[in-house]
Write a protein that binds this ligand. Structure first.
Ligand SMILES: [Zn+2]
Length: 69
């Protein structure tokens, strides 16, 4: 196992704003690889049927960025 980036670096998917885990190299939600470190704000979605999840467009529980550049 090799890590070529700091563990504190987290990427967010530009499409669905999902914040990837440390070892993820692509988005587990949409399978996209259009990732960015330039994101801000964080929402934790526990219930995908909640109004917050609906507002964020979140379809799965997880952490989502509020703003993605
Ligand atoms: Zn995605």
């Amino acid at each position: 196992m090799s890590k070529d980036k700091p563990s504190s670096t987290k990427f967010a998917c530009r499409k669905c704003k999902y914040i990837l885990g440390e070892d993820d190299t692509k988005c587990p939600i949409c399978g996209g690889t259009d990732l960015t470190e330039e994101w801000s704000g964080l929402v934790v979605i526990l219930d995908p049927s909640s109004s917050v999840a609906e507002m964020m467009g979140a379809k799965k529980p997880g952490r989502y960025a509020i703003k993605v550049r």
